[in-house]
Structures are given as structure tokens and as C-alpha cells.
Design a protein around this ligand. Sequence first.
Ligand code: GDP
Length: 560
Amino acid sequence: DVVKYLMKQGQMVRVNDVLDSDTAELIIEDFGHIAKRVSESDVEEGFIDDDDAEGSKKPRAPVVTVMGHVDHGKTSLLDALRATDVAAGEAGGITQHIGAYQVKLKSGDKITFLDTPGHAAFSSMRSRGAQATDIVILVVAADDGVMPQTIEAIKHAQAAQAPIIVAINKMDREGANPQKVLTDLLQHEVVVESMGGEVQAIEVSALKKTGLAELTDAITLQAELLELKANPDRPADGVVVESQVEQGRGSVATVLVKRGTLKRGDIVVAGAQWGRVRALIDERNQQLKAIGPSQPAEILGLDGAPEPGELFAVVDNEARARELVDYRQRQKKQTSAAAGGGASLEQMLARLKQSDTKEMPLVVKADVQGSAEAIAQSLEKIGNEEVNARVIHGAAGGVNESDILLAKASGAPVFAFNVRANKQARELAEQEGVEIRYYSVIYDVIDDVKGTLEGMLAPEKRETFIGYAEVLEVFNISKVGKVAGCNVTEGVVKRGSGVRLLRDDTVIHEGKLKTLKRFKDEVPEVRSGMECGMAFENYEDIQKGDLIECFEVEEIERKL
Ligand code: GDP
């Protein structure tokens, strides 16, 4: 009938042809039906239901993440806290590392700890939209004080708006100086109670197991202030903490229920995976029938390993699960093909325009702490009362994965000043669509941010990276000077392009090439995998092991 109808309208279609939605709507109405427009993404609707009615909610245990500088005692503290559990007798001790565990305190209160220390885990969860953590324990060694990763942890917690409790660890050590820790923290807007602020600070020793009761008291107090509640009487949803495929067990995912009750036999969708829950196993290696809010457990039965941080929810039936998973897998393919949707300056500009966001978040990495601070200060001065830039993290050192995750989670680009991203960070940035901008002049940084804030990016000079070469040997040749014997490791190097000399991911010289030789001949370019000789104009300090970065500068028209 439809083919006939269309033929009358002068349109020749076959039974397998696809009609555009306008025509489809017309036909449906002409045939006497009511059309309702849907889009493909509508299948996502109702996956995570709206918030429950206040009355249905019951108190739930707080979910706590431990963060801090390496070697300050995160793992030791998590181990010590595991031993504060009084449920060992009734339910067996905590024997399994499943990425999360729950302890029962003497008071009867429960606390869930995410057992995956590391800022990367925390932020990768957040970047997928899952705020699993209610409270962050910031571990600082009393004999070492506030260190770079301590600051990083503070930024992550602040960006997530999770309250911090400071655990001053290693109080048994001789050089312990808790007062210094507290004063240092002031500089990072962590103001503890003894200094007139609201952050609780507890002195502990993970080794000697002192102060642990005070610490858990502090957690319960903080949890009471947060009034954490969830409705346990509904189908479960929550977040994936860890997952892997194990031989003999299939895919095993540790999930943390945020609300509702997850039961054996439920059909679950987690990210682009689904399955019927075959078994629920907790950190005490017990098989459970069901778990409720703030409770972690391993689930068996998914058809693959979902990414940590992915949300999961129980769905009504298999058809619904398949529909969702099919759609998500298609989406995943498309987005990885388009590799975007992340945190570039342009996208941020678009967001700033359409939303109420008035702050432009930035992650700044620089060669020395001094420049990072100088940049942060200059940037924060640019704005007016309507828009301003905010450096959510500024530190010295190369761009690492943690920076990318923090940037992604906050929708911020990364500004790298005289430093480079390591390989993992570059790959992650590409995958997550986070833009890394490289600069070597402070004014360029300021100008770019200013341009963005004003919403008018002037025609800009954009650098495109074209290749890397590694210096294998340095030769001293009379009349020419120092020539680097190199191997092109990535892309291509070209005569006439800009070059930078990198040593340990830090820029030590920027300039031009004097010569580019293959054997005895000057050549216009050398491709990856080949060896060549390179010399800089007016620069001699080249060492074996240095990296030469080639780039081209192109003018890009401003887009409106
Ligand atoms: P992480 O890197 O933060 O997970 O730190 P670890 O938990 O691995 O601890 C690093 C080192 O510090 C280990 O050698 C621990 O034995 C030691 N350590 C941890 N807590 C304490 C403590 O309270 N007192 C002392 N003296 N040493 C500690």
C-alpha cells in the first residue's frame, strides 16, 4: 500500500528502501495513524531512573576512596582499616581483593572502601559520569609532608566536590611533623578544624595501627553530615569498580550498588555489556543472594568486561538488554571513529556559550613550578565578572595520564608549557578526545585563553607535530660543527620545518635545521624508520639519547 501510495505521488520506491522521517510521518498520518518521532538514542531513556521519592530512601554506608602521594601509606592504611572489621566472626574475614570492601565497625556502622588506590582510577570513574566516592581520605606522611601527588589528590577531590578527611600517617616515625602538614595544606585550600576550617585531620600510623578508630569515627561523622541515603527497594543500579576476564570464571566485574537491590538472576546492563547475574560474591568469598546500596560484590555472567566507572543497571528483560547494548556498541564504534566529544578549546567554547558555565577550566603543566604558578596567576587575572579561567591543576613535569583523566573529567584542555606528554598520555588524550596544547611563550598561552574567553579566536598559528627523531650518536665535523646521527622514530622530519630538542620530555632548544642529510646528500625529508644526519642552526649542545621534535606551523582561519 505504501509503495502504491508513493507511486501515485510520483515517487518510485522499492520495499527495502528507507524513507526520510518527514515523508514517513506524512504517510503515517495519511493512513490514519498518529506518528510519534523517536530518535535512536531514546533507547537510553529510563536506563537510570529519576531520583527516588525522599520517603523511600534509607540511610546507606559512605563510600570512601584513599588517595595521596606514593609511599605515604595508602595501601598500608587500606590494609589496616580492613582489620578494623568486626564482622569477621559472623561473616568471615575479608580475604579477597575485589576492588572494594565493606567493614562493619563496633558501633554497627558500615563503611565501604574502594580498594583501588590511585588518582587515575578515581578520575577515570568520574570521567564516565560515575561519582562513586562520597568521601576522600587524603593520606599524608607526617615525616614527608605535602608532595606533588598530594596536591594532585586534593585537586581531584575538589573537582569532584568530595569532602576530604586528612589522615596524617606514619606518626610513629621519628621526624613526624603533623603541624607542618597542616600548614602546608592551607596553601591548597584544605583548612583543618584546628585552623578554623571544616576539614577533619586525624593522626594515624598504619604500621602500628594507631588512630584507626578515630579515623573511622571521622568518616562516620562526615557521612552523617552528608546524610547519605538511597532507596533499597527497587531494581539496582550503580557503578562498575573493576572488571576482568578470568579463565574458568568468564568475565568478572566488581560492582558497587548505588541504590536498589541487586539479586542473583537479575538481568544487568553495564556499559556495552549485559548478562544475567549468575553469582554474586563478596570480599569474604561468600556467595550472596542479593546486595543493597553501598555494597560491593563481584558479579559473574556478563558477556564481556565493562570499563571501570561504567554505570550498570538492572533491566526488565533480555530484549531490553540487547536493545541497549546493540545501540551502545554502535555508538562506541561511531565515536571511536570520530574521536571527539571531549575537551578541546573549541568544544569548550561551544559549551561556555550555550550553558551557564562561566568558568573555563584548564590543566597546566610546565617545566618548572615557577612557570606553572606564573601562568596560573596570569590566567586567573584575565577574566571579568562574566567569564574567567580557572586552573584546576597546575604543576611542574611532563603531561601524564592522570592529567588527561582530570582534564577529561572536568572538560578542560591541557596546556603544556615547555613540557611534553608521555606516550601513554598522548594515546589516552587521543582516545578520550582531550586536547593538549603545547606552548613555549607565556604570552601565547595568555593570548589563547583571552581569545577563548572573548569568544573570538583570532586567526591563530597552530602547530602540527610531524615527526620525532632520536639522537643515536653525535659527531663533531670540522666546519659544520656538531651533527646528530638520528633515527626517525615517528612521522617524518623535513628541512625547513621547526625543530625542538627534547631531553627527558623537557624542551631545551627551539630553532631551525641547518642540514638534513641521508648519507652524503642533502634531502628535503626523511621518513620514519630511516636514519639521517641533522644539525641545528646556531646550536651545538646535542647529546646522545635526546629527542628531536619536528613541527610545522600553519595559519588557521578563525571559525565563528
Ligand atoms: P602507598 O604507595 O601510598 O600505597 O604506600 P604503602 O602503603 O605501600 O607504604 C609505603 C611504605 O611506607 C611501606 O614500606 C610501609 O611499610 C611504610 N609505611 C606505611 N605506613 C606506615 C606507618 O604508619 N609508619 C611507618 N613507620 N611506616 C609506614
